[in-house]
Design a protein around this ligand. Structure first.
Ligand SMILES: C[S@@+](CC[C@H](N)C(=O)[O-])C[C@H]1O[C@@H](n2cnc3c(N)ncnc32)[C@H](O)[C@@H]1O
Length: 254
């Protein structure tokens, strides 16, 4: 996947795009990051990229022209164009899976009070939020999106299964995890995980996942139950008893 990023602060990206999983994916050629400094496209002798908003109001607004010029220069017409914005649709795993199918993405990071609306209208921008709070700029949200989408691209993660086991991706929150030593400061690892009995371990993890989801995200558990998951008899029994124990009422079981 090729990702063009339009920003006033390209230097913010390199520690993320060149390190760890994203860095390795870029080295393997699975991901390509192209950073574009919007300031390079100003025609103003002071390299200004923002101005006061028409109609008054606090703060500054990013001017359309440098952004238009950047988009034209990189050939963004016709490509999927995302604007990181608190007004956008809130990013979730479903949206990420859909974005992961794209071969190219163009991402605009805003600053100050945001960008001139004419950029968004003329370039058919999709506004994407990472949550109901306000950040200073779109760089961190863009990095969140890129990291999360990259995990879904084949070859980026070492183990092909690991993305599917994660919280939320599977529809449930993940069960607790333990590693060495077996006893740490008088706290033992649950016995079942040391039993070597794969079926028992699987059912323990499934039950823990369900209970955690029921406690923290009953909305997710209800969605999971109503999605008619492909469960065997024992798993179905565990699901039914969890729903009952936590008073979560699935319309399929009423
Ligand atoms: C201070 S914010 C501007 C907020 C804008 N005035 C508003 O009320 O919608 C500056 C930039 O940060 C980015 N940003 C801030 N919060 C965000 C969020 N929750 N999700 C995505 N981008 C965000 C956007 O690119 C935005 O243009």
């Amino acid at each position: 996947m090729k990702i063009d990023i339009l920003t006033l602060f390209p230097e913010m990206f390199t520690p993320v795009t060149e390190a760890s999983m994203l860095g390795r994916a870029a080295q393997k050629g699975i991901l390509e990051f192209r950073l574009h400094d919007i300031r390079d496209y100003t025609q103003d002798k002071h390299n200004r990229t923002d101005d006061y908003p028409f109609g008054g109001g606090g703060g500054m607004v990013q001017m359309a022209d440098p952004i238009f010029r950047t988009l034209e220069d990189i050939g963004a017409r016709g490509k999927r164009f995302l604007y990181m914005s608190p007004r956008g649709k809130v990013l979730d795993q479903e949206m990420l899976q859909e974005l992961a199918q794209e071969e190219e993405l163009v991402i605009l990071c805003g600053h100050y009070e945001g960008v001139d609306q004419r950029v968004l209208d003329a370039w058919n921008a999709e506004e994407v939020s990472i949550g109901d709070y306000i950040l200073t700029g779109g760089e961190l949200p863009a990095m969140v999106l890129i990291d999360a989408v990259a995990r879904l691209i084949p070859g980026v993660l070492g183990n092909a299964d690991s993305a599917m086991d994660e919280s939320v991706y599977s529809g449930l929150l993940e069960h607790p995890q333990y590693t060495q030593p077996r006893v740490y400061r008088d706290m033992p690892v649950p016995e079942v995980l040391l039993s070597g009995n794969h079926r028992k371990i699987h059912l323990w993890k499934f039950r823990e996942s369900l209970e955690l989801t029921a406690k923290r995200r009953p909305d997710l558990l209800l969605q999971y139950a109503e999605g008619d998951p492909d469960l065997d008899r024992e798993e179905q029994k565990i699901l039914d008893s969890t729903l009952q124990a936590f008073g979560i009422c699935s319309k399929m079981r009423r």
